[in-house]
Design a protein around this ligand. Structure first.
Ligand code: UD1
Ligand code: UDP
Length: 370
Protein backbone atom coordinates (compact mmCIF):
# COMPACT_ATOMS: atom_id res chain seq x y z
CA UNK A 1 0.00 0.00 0.00
CA UNK A 2 1.19 3.51 -0.81
CA UNK A 3 0.44 5.83 2.09
CA UNK A 4 -0.12 9.36 0.75
CA UNK A 5 -0.28 12.29 3.13
CA UNK A 6 -1.75 15.38 1.41
CA UNK A 7 -0.94 18.59 3.27
CA UNK A 8 -2.73 21.84 2.48
CA UNK A 9 -4.01 24.90 4.26
CA UNK A 10 -5.59 27.58 2.10
CA UNK A 11 -8.74 27.79 -0.02
CA UNK A 12 -7.04 27.39 -3.41
CA UNK A 13 -4.87 24.46 -2.29
CA UNK A 14 -7.95 22.68 -0.93
CA UNK A 15 -9.92 23.21 -4.15
CA UNK A 16 -7.03 21.92 -6.23
CA UNK A 17 -6.23 18.96 -3.95
CA UNK A 18 -9.83 17.80 -3.44
CA UNK A 19 -10.02 16.00 -6.82
CA UNK A 20 -6.61 14.40 -6.17
CA UNK A 21 -7.75 13.08 -2.79
CA UNK A 22 -10.94 11.72 -4.34
CA UNK A 23 -8.93 10.05 -7.11
CA UNK A 24 -6.63 8.46 -4.50
CA UNK A 25 -9.63 7.23 -2.54
CA UNK A 26 -11.08 5.67 -5.69
CA UNK A 27 -8.13 3.22 -5.59
CA UNK A 28 -8.20 1.74 -2.06
CA UNK A 29 -6.41 -1.30 -3.46
CA UNK A 30 -3.30 0.85 -4.09
CA UNK A 31 -3.46 3.86 -1.76
CA UNK A 32 -4.07 4.76 1.82
CA UNK A 33 -4.88 8.48 1.67
CA UNK A 34 -4.72 10.82 4.65
CA UNK A 35 -5.28 14.58 4.78
CA UNK A 36 -3.40 16.97 7.05
CA UNK A 37 -4.65 20.55 7.01
CA UNK A 38 -2.48 23.35 8.32
CA UNK A 39 -5.61 25.51 8.45
CA UNK A 40 -3.56 28.49 7.26
CA UNK A 41 -7.06 29.60 6.26
CA UNK A 42 -9.60 28.49 8.83
CA UNK A 43 -13.02 29.54 7.55
CA UNK A 44 -12.27 29.45 3.82
CA UNK A 45 -10.58 26.04 4.11
CA UNK A 46 -13.48 24.52 6.04
CA UNK A 47 -15.86 25.95 3.41
CA UNK A 48 -14.00 23.97 0.71
CA UNK A 49 -13.77 20.75 2.75
CA UNK A 50 -17.56 20.95 3.20
CA UNK A 51 -18.25 21.44 -0.51
CA UNK A 52 -16.06 18.48 -1.51
CA UNK A 53 -17.21 16.21 1.34
CA UNK A 54 -13.70 15.91 2.81
CA UNK A 55 -12.67 15.50 6.43
CA UNK A 56 -9.19 16.28 7.74
CA UNK A 57 -7.48 13.33 9.43
CA UNK A 58 -5.01 15.75 11.05
CA UNK A 59 -5.41 19.47 11.75
CA UNK A 60 -2.48 21.74 12.67
CA UNK A 61 -5.00 24.55 13.30
CA UNK A 62 -2.44 27.32 12.95
CA UNK A 63 -4.29 30.38 11.64
CA UNK A 64 -4.21 33.57 13.66
CA UNK A 65 -5.73 36.90 12.55
CA UNK A 66 -3.28 39.03 10.56
CA UNK A 67 -0.63 36.29 10.60
CA UNK A 68 2.76 36.80 8.94
CA UNK A 69 4.29 34.33 6.48
CA UNK A 70 7.08 33.69 9.01
CA UNK A 71 4.57 32.67 11.66
CA UNK A 72 2.96 30.15 9.31
CA UNK A 73 6.29 28.56 8.41
CA UNK A 74 7.42 28.35 12.01
CA UNK A 75 4.15 26.75 13.13
CA UNK A 76 4.19 24.16 10.32
CA UNK A 77 7.83 23.30 11.08
CA UNK A 78 6.92 22.94 14.74
CA UNK A 79 3.72 20.89 14.36
CA UNK A 80 4.18 18.71 11.25
CA UNK A 81 7.34 16.66 12.08
CA UNK A 82 5.80 14.67 14.98
CA UNK A 83 2.86 13.81 12.71
CA UNK A 84 5.20 12.66 9.95
CA UNK A 85 6.86 10.31 12.43
CA UNK A 86 3.46 9.00 13.55
CA UNK A 87 1.96 8.54 10.07
CA UNK A 88 5.09 7.40 8.20
CA UNK A 89 3.88 8.40 4.71
CA UNK A 90 5.34 6.86 1.56
CA UNK A 91 4.98 10.29 -0.05
CA UNK A 92 3.76 13.73 1.01
CA UNK A 93 1.83 15.84 -1.49
CA UNK A 94 1.80 19.63 -1.51
CA UNK A 95 0.10 21.96 -3.97
CA UNK A 96 1.13 25.31 -5.38
CA UNK A 97 3.04 28.08 -3.70
CA UNK A 98 1.69 29.02 -0.27
CA UNK A 99 3.61 29.18 3.01
CA UNK A 100 1.96 25.86 3.92
CA UNK A 101 3.15 24.21 0.69
CA UNK A 102 6.76 25.28 1.11
CA UNK A 103 6.94 24.63 4.86
CA UNK A 104 5.31 21.20 4.59
CA UNK A 105 7.66 20.23 1.76
CA UNK A 106 10.64 21.38 3.81
CA UNK A 107 9.45 19.48 6.90
CA UNK A 108 9.06 16.36 4.75
CA UNK A 109 12.57 16.76 3.36
CA UNK A 110 14.00 17.08 6.87
CA UNK A 111 12.09 13.91 7.81
CA UNK A 112 13.39 12.13 4.67
CA UNK A 113 9.86 11.76 3.29
CA UNK A 114 9.58 12.00 -0.53
CA UNK A 115 7.60 14.99 -1.79
CA UNK A 116 5.21 15.28 -4.74
CA UNK A 117 4.49 18.82 -5.94
CA UNK A 118 1.14 19.44 -7.61
CA UNK A 119 1.09 22.50 -9.92
CA UNK A 120 4.86 22.63 -10.30
CA UNK A 121 6.93 24.83 -12.59
CA UNK A 122 4.94 28.10 -12.57
CA UNK A 123 7.23 31.13 -12.63
CA UNK A 124 7.07 34.86 -13.21
CA UNK A 125 10.87 35.08 -13.04
CA UNK A 126 10.57 37.95 -10.55
CA UNK A 127 11.15 36.89 -6.95
CA UNK A 128 9.04 39.80 -5.64
CA UNK A 129 5.95 39.10 -7.76
CA UNK A 130 3.91 37.47 -6.47
CA UNK A 131 5.43 37.85 -3.02
CA UNK A 132 6.24 35.53 -1.35
CA UNK A 133 4.74 32.86 -3.64
CA UNK A 134 7.38 33.01 -6.40
CA UNK A 135 10.10 32.07 -3.91
CA UNK A 136 7.90 29.35 -2.40
CA UNK A 137 7.59 27.80 -5.88
CA UNK A 138 11.31 27.89 -6.54
CA UNK A 139 12.16 26.40 -3.14
CA UNK A 140 9.49 23.70 -3.40
CA UNK A 141 10.87 22.67 -6.78
CA UNK A 142 14.33 22.21 -5.24
CA UNK A 143 12.84 20.00 -2.54
CA UNK A 144 10.32 17.88 -4.47
CA UNK A 145 11.04 14.39 -5.80
CA UNK A 146 8.22 14.28 -8.34
CA UNK A 147 6.77 17.33 -10.09
CA UNK A 148 3.26 17.48 -11.55
CA UNK A 149 3.38 20.20 -14.20
CA UNK A 150 0.01 21.59 -15.31
CA UNK A 151 1.07 22.83 -18.77
CA UNK A 152 3.82 22.29 -21.32
CA UNK A 153 5.28 25.70 -20.37
CA UNK A 154 5.58 24.71 -16.71
CA UNK A 155 7.06 21.34 -17.67
CA UNK A 156 9.64 23.03 -19.91
CA UNK A 157 10.49 25.46 -17.12
CA UNK A 158 11.27 22.59 -14.76
CA UNK A 159 13.43 20.87 -17.38
CA UNK A 160 15.25 24.16 -18.04
CA UNK A 161 16.00 24.36 -14.30
CA UNK A 162 17.68 20.94 -14.48
CA UNK A 163 14.92 18.72 -13.11
CA UNK A 164 15.28 15.22 -14.61
CA UNK A 165 12.65 14.46 -17.27
CA UNK A 166 11.78 11.23 -15.44
CA UNK A 167 10.74 13.30 -12.39
CA UNK A 168 8.33 15.56 -14.30
CA UNK A 169 4.79 14.53 -15.26
CA UNK A 170 2.58 16.67 -17.49
CA UNK A 171 -0.90 16.47 -15.99
CA UNK A 172 -3.07 19.53 -16.66
CA UNK A 173 -4.27 21.61 -13.72
CA UNK A 174 -6.42 19.88 -11.11
CA UNK A 175 -8.45 23.08 -10.76
CA UNK A 176 -10.17 22.16 -14.03
CA UNK A 177 -11.09 18.77 -12.51
CA UNK A 178 -12.61 20.64 -9.55
CA UNK A 179 -14.38 23.12 -11.79
CA UNK A 180 -15.93 20.52 -14.09
CA UNK A 181 -17.07 18.48 -11.08
CA UNK A 182 -18.74 21.58 -9.63
CA UNK A 183 -20.26 23.66 -12.43
CA UNK A 184 -24.02 23.17 -12.86
CA UNK A 185 -25.93 23.95 -16.08
CA UNK A 186 -28.77 25.59 -14.17
CA UNK A 187 -28.30 26.92 -10.68
CA UNK A 188 -30.04 29.21 -8.20
CA UNK A 189 -27.83 31.17 -5.80
CA UNK A 190 -28.47 30.31 -2.19
CA UNK A 191 -26.90 33.30 -0.41
CA UNK A 192 -29.47 36.13 -0.08
CA UNK A 193 -27.32 38.90 -1.66
CA UNK A 194 -26.63 36.82 -4.77
CA UNK A 195 -30.17 35.51 -5.08
CA UNK A 196 -31.27 39.16 -5.34
CA UNK A 197 -29.01 39.91 -8.36
CA UNK A 198 -30.82 41.29 -11.38
CA UNK A 199 -30.55 38.64 -14.13
CA UNK A 200 -31.07 41.26 -16.86
CA UNK A 201 -28.02 43.38 -15.87
CA UNK A 202 -24.42 42.61 -16.78
CA UNK A 203 -22.21 41.46 -13.94
CA UNK A 204 -18.53 42.18 -13.28
CA UNK A 205 -16.92 39.82 -10.79
CA UNK A 206 -13.88 41.08 -8.87
CA UNK A 207 -11.42 39.39 -6.49
CA UNK A 208 -8.20 40.78 -5.08
CA UNK A 209 -5.87 39.72 -2.29
CA UNK A 210 -2.18 39.75 -3.32
CA UNK A 211 0.30 40.92 -0.72
CA UNK A 212 2.40 42.90 -3.24
CA UNK A 213 -0.73 44.94 -4.04
CA UNK A 214 -1.43 46.07 -0.50
CA UNK A 215 -1.54 49.86 -0.17
CA UNK A 216 -1.38 52.09 -3.26
CA UNK A 217 -1.93 49.39 -5.94
CA UNK A 218 -5.07 48.09 -4.22
CA UNK A 219 -6.36 51.65 -3.78
CA UNK A 220 -5.77 52.27 -7.48
CA UNK A 221 -7.72 49.11 -8.41
CA UNK A 222 -10.60 50.29 -6.23
CA UNK A 223 -10.53 53.70 -7.94
CA UNK A 224 -10.75 51.96 -11.33
CA UNK A 225 -13.80 49.99 -10.22
CA UNK A 226 -15.47 53.18 -9.00
CA UNK A 227 -14.75 54.85 -12.34
CA UNK A 228 -16.15 51.89 -14.31
CA UNK A 229 -19.32 51.94 -12.21
CA UNK A 230 -19.72 55.62 -13.10
CA UNK A 231 -19.17 55.03 -16.82
CA UNK A 232 -21.43 51.97 -17.07
CA UNK A 233 -24.41 52.52 -14.76
CA UNK A 234 -26.07 49.32 -16.06
CA UNK A 235 -23.33 47.17 -14.46
CA UNK A 236 -23.59 45.17 -11.27
CA UNK A 237 -20.34 44.41 -9.46
CA UNK A 238 -19.81 41.51 -7.05
CA UNK A 239 -16.69 41.43 -4.91
CA UNK A 240 -16.34 38.59 -2.39
CA UNK A 241 -13.95 40.29 0.03
CA UNK A 242 -10.89 38.30 1.09
CA UNK A 243 -10.77 38.20 4.92
CA UNK A 244 -7.15 39.35 5.14
CA UNK A 245 -7.50 42.52 7.29
CA UNK A 246 -5.33 44.51 4.84
CA UNK A 247 -7.72 43.73 1.99
CA UNK A 248 -10.94 44.02 3.93
CA UNK A 249 -10.12 47.43 5.37
CA UNK A 250 -9.15 49.02 2.05
CA UNK A 251 -11.90 47.49 -0.08
CA UNK A 252 -14.69 48.23 2.33
CA UNK A 253 -13.68 51.82 2.96
CA UNK A 254 -13.16 52.62 -0.76
CA UNK A 255 -16.00 50.69 -2.38
CA UNK A 256 -18.87 50.37 0.08
CA UNK A 257 -20.83 53.29 -1.45
CA UNK A 258 -20.22 52.51 -5.16
CA UNK A 259 -23.57 52.19 -7.00
CA UNK A 260 -24.28 48.63 -8.16
CA UNK A 261 -21.57 47.19 -5.89
CA UNK A 262 -22.18 44.09 -3.80
CA UNK A 263 -19.39 43.51 -1.26
CA UNK A 264 -19.89 40.07 0.28
CA UNK A 265 -18.10 37.51 2.45
CA UNK A 266 -16.18 34.82 0.52
CA UNK A 267 -18.73 32.46 -0.96
CA UNK A 268 -18.42 28.69 -1.17
CA UNK A 269 -16.98 27.13 -4.29
CA UNK A 270 -20.33 26.09 -5.77
CA UNK A 271 -21.66 29.65 -5.50
CA UNK A 272 -18.41 31.16 -6.77
CA UNK A 273 -18.28 28.95 -9.85
CA UNK A 274 -21.81 30.05 -10.64
CA UNK A 275 -20.80 33.68 -10.13
CA UNK A 276 -18.00 33.25 -12.66
CA UNK A 277 -20.46 31.61 -15.03
CA UNK A 278 -22.88 34.49 -14.61
CA UNK A 279 -20.21 37.21 -15.04
CA UNK A 280 -19.65 39.17 -18.24
CA UNK A 281 -16.01 39.87 -17.36
CA UNK A 282 -13.79 39.04 -14.38
CA UNK A 283 -11.21 41.33 -12.78
CA UNK A 284 -8.87 39.36 -10.54
CA UNK A 285 -5.37 38.90 -9.16
CA UNK A 286 -6.18 35.30 -8.20
CA UNK A 287 -4.18 32.44 -9.66
CA UNK A 288 -7.03 29.94 -9.60
CA UNK A 289 -9.58 32.29 -11.11
CA UNK A 290 -7.21 33.03 -14.03
CA UNK A 291 -7.24 29.29 -14.74
CA UNK A 292 -10.96 28.69 -14.28
CA UNK A 293 -12.40 31.65 -16.20
CA UNK A 294 -11.24 30.55 -19.67
CA UNK A 295 -12.97 27.18 -19.24
CA UNK A 296 -16.19 29.09 -18.70
CA UNK A 297 -15.54 31.40 -21.68
CA UNK A 298 -15.05 34.49 -19.50
CA UNK A 299 -12.53 37.23 -20.34
CA UNK A 300 -10.15 37.91 -17.45
CA UNK A 301 -8.37 41.16 -16.64
CA UNK A 302 -5.39 40.23 -14.48
CA UNK A 303 -4.83 42.83 -11.75
CA UNK A 304 -1.09 42.24 -11.57
CA UNK A 305 2.04 43.55 -13.28
CA UNK A 306 3.15 40.05 -14.29
CA UNK A 307 1.59 36.58 -14.29
CA UNK A 308 2.99 33.09 -13.85
CA UNK A 309 0.09 31.91 -16.01
CA UNK A 310 1.03 33.30 -19.45
CA UNK A 311 -0.89 30.49 -21.18
CA UNK A 312 -4.16 32.39 -20.77
CA UNK A 313 -2.63 35.56 -22.19
CA UNK A 314 -1.16 33.65 -25.15
CA UNK A 315 -4.51 31.94 -25.78
CA UNK A 316 -6.21 35.34 -25.79
CA UNK A 317 -8.45 34.69 -22.77
CA UNK A 318 -6.60 36.99 -20.34
CA UNK A 319 -5.03 40.46 -20.41
CA UNK A 320 -2.52 41.56 -17.79
CA UNK A 321 -3.74 45.04 -16.88
CA UNK A 322 -1.82 45.61 -13.63
CA UNK A 323 -3.23 47.92 -11.00
CA UNK A 324 -3.04 51.20 -12.90
CA UNK A 325 -6.45 52.90 -12.81
CA UNK A 326 -6.40 54.24 -16.39
CA UNK A 327 -5.25 50.93 -17.87
CA UNK A 328 -7.89 48.87 -16.04
CA UNK A 329 -10.63 51.28 -17.09
CA UNK A 330 -9.40 51.38 -20.70
CA UNK A 331 -9.30 47.59 -21.21
CA UNK A 332 -12.51 46.88 -19.30
CA UNK A 333 -14.34 49.67 -21.17
CA UNK A 334 -13.35 48.25 -24.52
CA UNK A 335 -14.60 44.79 -23.61
CA UNK A 336 -17.82 46.20 -22.24
CA UNK A 337 -18.43 48.38 -25.30
CA UNK A 338 -17.19 46.36 -28.27
CA UNK A 339 -18.91 43.10 -29.10
CA UNK A 340 -16.05 42.09 -31.41
CA UNK A 341 -13.40 42.65 -28.73
CA UNK A 342 -15.51 40.73 -26.25
CA UNK A 343 -16.17 37.77 -28.54
CA UNK A 344 -12.48 37.46 -29.38
CA UNK A 345 -11.62 36.88 -25.72
CA UNK A 346 -14.69 34.88 -24.75
CA UNK A 347 -14.26 32.40 -27.59
CA UNK A 348 -10.60 31.64 -26.99
CA UNK A 349 -9.75 28.10 -25.89
CA UNK A 350 -8.79 27.17 -22.31
CA UNK A 351 -5.16 26.07 -22.00
CA UNK A 352 -5.23 24.69 -18.46
CA UNK A 353 -6.50 21.15 -18.68
CA UNK A 354 -9.16 18.64 -19.62
CA UNK A 355 -10.49 17.67 -16.18
CA UNK A 356 -8.37 14.50 -15.86
CA UNK A 357 -5.26 15.88 -14.15
CA UNK A 358 -5.91 14.04 -10.88
CA UNK A 359 -6.09 10.66 -12.61
CA UNK A 360 -2.70 11.32 -14.21
CA UNK A 361 -1.21 12.28 -10.85
CA UNK A 362 -2.56 9.12 -9.22
CA UNK A 363 -1.27 6.95 -12.08
CA UNK A 364 2.20 8.50 -11.77
CA UNK A 365 2.22 8.02 -7.98
CA UNK A 366 1.32 4.35 -8.33
CA UNK A 367 4.06 3.83 -10.89
CA UNK A 368 6.65 5.61 -8.75
CA UNK A 369 5.88 4.42 -5.22
CA UNK A 370 4.30 0.93 -5.59
C1 UD1 B 1 -2.62 33.03 1.15
C2 UD1 B 1 -1.42 32.64 0.30
C3 UD1 B 1 -1.64 33.07 -1.15
C4 UD1 B 1 -2.97 32.59 -1.68
C5 UD1 B 1 -4.07 33.02 -0.75
C6 UD1 B 1 -5.36 32.46 -1.22
C7 UD1 B 1 0.78 32.72 1.34
C8 UD1 B 1 1.99 33.53 1.56
N1 UD1 B 1 -0.22 33.32 0.73
O1 UD1 B 1 -2.65 34.45 1.24
O2 UD1 B 1 -0.62 32.51 -1.97
O3 UD1 B 1 -3.17 33.15 -2.95
O4 UD1 B 1 -3.80 32.52 0.58
O5 UD1 B 1 -6.46 33.11 -0.67
O6 UD1 B 1 0.76 31.56 1.71
N2 UD1 B 1 -8.25 34.92 7.10
C9 UD1 B 1 -9.38 34.65 7.85
N3 UD1 B 1 -10.08 33.51 7.55
C10 UD1 B 1 -9.73 32.65 6.57
C11 UD1 B 1 -8.58 32.97 5.82
C12 UD1 B 1 -7.85 34.10 6.10
O7 UD1 B 1 -9.75 35.39 8.73
O8 UD1 B 1 -10.42 31.66 6.36
C13 UD1 B 1 -7.49 36.16 7.41
C14 UD1 B 1 -6.66 36.03 8.70
O9 UD1 B 1 -6.62 37.26 9.35
C15 UD1 B 1 -5.29 35.66 8.17
C16 UD1 B 1 -5.24 36.54 6.94
O10 UD1 B 1 -6.55 36.44 6.35
O11 UD1 B 1 -4.26 35.94 9.10
C17 UD1 B 1 -4.18 36.22 5.94
O12 UD1 B 1 -4.19 34.84 5.57
P1 UD1 B 1 -2.86 34.22 4.90
O13 UD1 B 1 -3.14 32.81 4.53
O14 UD1 B 1 -1.69 34.48 5.78
O15 UD1 B 1 -2.62 35.08 3.62
P2 UD1 B 1 -3.47 35.26 2.31
O16 UD1 B 1 -3.36 36.67 1.95
O17 UD1 B 1 -4.81 34.66 2.49
N1 UDP C 1 -13.12 31.15 -4.74
C1 UDP C 1 -14.19 30.73 -3.97
N2 UDP C 1 -14.95 31.69 -3.31
C2 UDP C 1 -14.67 33.01 -3.38
C3 UDP C 1 -13.56 33.44 -4.17
C4 UDP C 1 -12.80 32.48 -4.82
O1 UDP C 1 -14.47 29.54 -3.88
O2 UDP C 1 -15.40 33.81 -2.76
C5 UDP C 1 -12.28 30.13 -5.42
C6 UDP C 1 -11.95 30.33 -6.88
O3 UDP C 1 -12.92 29.74 -7.71
C7 UDP C 1 -10.59 29.68 -7.03
C8 UDP C 1 -9.96 29.86 -5.68
O4 UDP C 1 -11.01 30.18 -4.77
O5 UDP C 1 -10.69 28.28 -7.27
C9 UDP C 1 -8.94 30.95 -5.73
O6 UDP C 1 -8.53 31.32 -4.46
P1 UDP C 1 -7.72 32.63 -4.18
O7 UDP C 1 -8.01 33.64 -5.22
O8 UDP C 1 -7.99 32.97 -2.76
O9 UDP C 1 -6.22 32.13 -4.27
P2 UDP C 1 -5.15 32.00 -5.47
O10 UDP C 1 -5.73 31.12 -6.51
O11 UDP C 1 -4.84 33.38 -5.95
O12 UDP C 1 -3.97 31.41 -4.80
Amino acid sequence: MIRVLSVFGTRPEAIKMAPVVHALRARPDLFESQICVSAQHRAMLDQVLGVFGLHADHDLDLMTPGQSPVQIVSRVLDRLPPLLREVGPSVLLVQGDTMTSFAAAFAAFLGRVPVGHVEAGLRTGDRWQPFPEEMNRVLTTRIADIHFAPTTKSRDQLLAEGIAPSDVVLTGNTVIDALLQTVRPSYQFTSPGLAALDASRRLVLVTTHRRESFGAPLRSTCAAIRELAGRFPDLQFVLPVHPNPEVKGTVQSLLCDVPGMLLIEPVDYVEFVQLMNRATIILTDSGGVQEEAPSLGKPVLVLREVTERPEGVDAGTAVVVGTNQARIVEVASELLSSRAAYERMANAVSPYGDGHASERIVAALSERFA
